[in-house]
Design a protein around this ligand. Structure first.
Ligand code: WTA
Length: 650
């Protein structure tokens, strides 16, 4: 193992940090010894409540009776907390800086303007019959209206389900149907890297199979041509122009649902992760404040799309709950050129920047010059999320982007956790490149020894499956419409614990090193994708008999998608068929799910009982032939030789 490098807390950072190293130790201990006392204090500090809760926490991780409830009986509204309560102090402060795809396009939206926009849209939704508890689908590009839409739902107690704009009509349809959304908010087209994305046309296609959707609100982003369905379709700008800006926020129970967000697992279709009101908002707010060590005047930029959980917690809810200025970027890191991120940082004087390792690796490949020609003087803190960051990329981010001045917070968390779980606090944590370091307040991680299936006692060195041993406020509450799936997915593997699906190592300093997924979930450029989803798309083709998908190391994406495909008898593999398969996956799921490599497989390695041996397929894809393991128990060991002979990565 390479020598671990330690980066101490810069003195100027430590001097003004919200949480010092001593604070961290004391507060962490308190949060574990007296979680209810700790979280009650934080809930009062970070949020405004109409009515206090009756009980801080009630929970059971018992698979037969699983529930998690925080601040039951407490009443609050998320939009009120993110907007209204700031008006007196910060009405004229910028809430959202919007930077368009075109470098000449930018907008500043104050808290007062945000209040007006959100209230008007909330009234439009009400006029269209949306009430507390109803589901609204948001399928939008990165424009301010996407944030307005989320907050408008929260204001009236509707449950939003944001679907990433890169998903296909087919994926959109599945998600609309699963949560029975009645309204879709979209745009005529999205714009990314100078290219237009036909969001309204995709929506029209999806809705052919969604009879319950009675309203489509469309933002005019490009003026591109769209079909129009009288009665169902309304222009966003027309509806909002006529709406009242007076919309009192709905008083919600802390455990009322706030949103559903679909995410991939190892089996079946994506599941609707359900987050609720009080616990989620508290967790988003407190983690934003402490992980990013926010101060008055910060300009904070999270480059994630609102279609992912990072966009929910760290672009919209966390920053706005803290009254911060949050930047929302419509474009891509390489348009018009590879200097764009750094130019945006200079243009808007960004002080905290949070992005994904895949973007860092892609930009690192372009060399130092696109970075060095910008000043980045305003930066004081950097962050990463979504996948393990390799130390080489970490060092480049630290030395070249941050000029060796800015700590990096490598934040480990998941759609399911609502917010950061293992992360440095920059004024409190010496850094080790590649480690997400230590748990956040109230988070008690554990490592399960996968030989014995038992929790490793104590806090010493250990390697195994990463679990969390007790609830935290941001924890998902259920899978929408399928509580049993929630139980099966997260609480059956290691009874009594929440299983993250990730493996981890804890070192002698108590630092955690995430080693990646232990299940059949891929992480492609920080996006989660189930191997089963890609396989299901491939086998839809009439010429495909069978398909098996695994991940392999990819320089930029972290992981690439490697598909082994067996054609039906009598069909010769061809480049044409390959192209058809790629197109099929794009149609079924979206461009992000397209395999990087398709290898034709005359047969797949299977056990005698017919189970595909993915371990072997993974090793072949990784070109790690010395560790294939025992292949003698296979039904037909000869297929392995063929796969090795014709492997793509040699
Ligand atoms: C991975 C994204 C290593 C992990 C917020 C997790 C990470 C999955 C990190 C969740 C990190 C996320 N270091 N791995 N800092 N952050 N992951 O639901 O495998 O899209 O289980 O949430 O991403 O992905 P999700």
């Amino acid at each position: 193992m390479s020598q671990e490098k330690i980066y101490d807390i810069p003195a100027d950072f430590a001097a003004r940090a919200n949480i010092s190293e001593a604070d961290y130790q004391a507060m962490y201990q308190r949060s574990i010894d007296d979680p209810e006392g700790f979280w009650a204090e934080q809930a009062e500090k970070f949020l405004s409540w109409y009515k206090p809760w009756d009980r801080v926490l009630d929970w059971s991780y018992d698979a037969d009776n699983l529930y998690i409830k925080w601040f039951e009986g407490g009443k609050l509204n998320v939009a009120y907390n993110c907007i209204d309560r700031h008006l007196e102090q910060r009405g004229d402060q910028t809430a959202i800086i919007w930077e368009g795809d075109d470098p000449n396009d930018a907008k500043h939206i104050t808290y007062r303007e945000l209040h007006e926009q959100v209230s008007k849209l909330a009234n439009v939704l009400k006029e269209r019959g949306i009430n507390k508890g109803d589901r609204v689908c948001i399928y939008m590009p990165m424009i301010p209206e996407a944030c307005y839409a989320m907050l408008a739902c929260a204001r009236i107690g509707a449950v939003h389900s944001v679907v990433f704009g890169g998903f296909s009509p087919e994926s959109l349809k599945d998600r609309i149907l699963d949560s029975d959304c009645r309204v879709v908010i979209t745009a005529d087209e999205g714009v990314r890297g100078g290219k237009h994305v036909p969001l309204k046309a995709n929506t029209d296609k999806a809705l052919e199979a969604c009879p319950n959707v009675h309203t489509v609100l469309t933002v005019q982003r490009t003026g591109g041509k769209t079909q129009w369905h009288e009665k169902r379709d309304i222009w966003y700008h027309e509806a909002v122009a006529n709406a009242s800006a007076d919309c009192p926020p709905e008083e919600m129970d802390a455990e009322d649902p706030l949103f559903i967000l679909y995410t991939s697992g190892s089996t079946g279709k994506p599941k609707g992760v359900l987050h609720t009101t009080g616990g989620y908002l508290l967790y988003a707010a407190i983690t934003t404040q402490y992980t990013f060590d926010l101060h008055e005047g910060d300009i904070y930029w999270c480059s994630a799309d609102v279609g992912w959980v990072t966009g929910h917690s760290y672009l919209v809810y966390g920053p706005l709950a803290n009254g911060t200025t949050t930047l929302s970027f419509e474009g891509v890191p390489t348009y018009p050129d590879a200097s764009r991120f750094w130019q945006v940082i200079d243009k808007h004087k960004v002080s905290v920047f949070y992005t994904a390792p895949t973007a860092i690796r892609a930009l690192m490949r372009e060399g130092d010059e696109p970075v060095k020609k910008t000043s980045r003087d305003s930066l004081r803190l950097l962050g990463t999320v979504g996948e393990p960051i390799n130390p080489e990329a970490w060092e480049w981010y630290y030395n070249v982007v941050g000029d060796g001045r800015c700590p990096i917070v490598d934040t480990w968390w998941q759609t399911e956790t609502g917010g950061h779980m293992i992360t440095p606090l920059p004024g409190a944590t010496p850094l080790k490149p590649g480690s997400a370091t230590r748990p956040f307040f109230g988070v008690k991680p554990g490592i399960i020894d996968t030989e014995t299936n038992k929790l490793v006692e104590g806090d010493g060195e250990a390697t195994g499956a990463l679990v969390i041993t007790r609830p935290w406020p941001g924890q998902m509450r259920t899978v929408y419409g399928d509580h049993q799936r929630f139980v099966e997915t997260y609480f059956k593997t290691y009874p009594g614990y929440y299983f993250s699906g990730d493996g981890a190592r804890r070192d002698a300093d108590g630092y955690y090193w995430i080693t990646g997924r232990m299940d059949d979930v891929l992480n492609i450029s920080g996006h989660r994708m189930g191997t089963a989803e890609v396989e299901s798309a491939l086998v839809l083709h009439e010429k495909v008999a069978e398909a098996a998908v695994v991940g392999y190391p990819h320089d930029i994406k972290g992981q690439g998608i490697y598909a082994y495909v067996t054609t039906v008898k009598g069909v010769e593999p061809s480049d044409e068929l390959k192209a058809e398969l790629l197109d099929l996956v794009r149609q079924e799921i979206g461009p992000i799910a397209k395999p990087d490599i398709i290898q034709w497989a005359p047969g797949l390695p299977k056990t005698r009982s017919g189970k595909i041996m993915r371990r072997i397929l993974r090793k072949i894809a990784e070109n790690d032939l010395d560790n294939l393991g025992d292949t003698s128990t296979l039904a037909d060991p000869a297929v392995v030789d063929d796969l090795i002979e014709n492997r793509a990565n040699k």
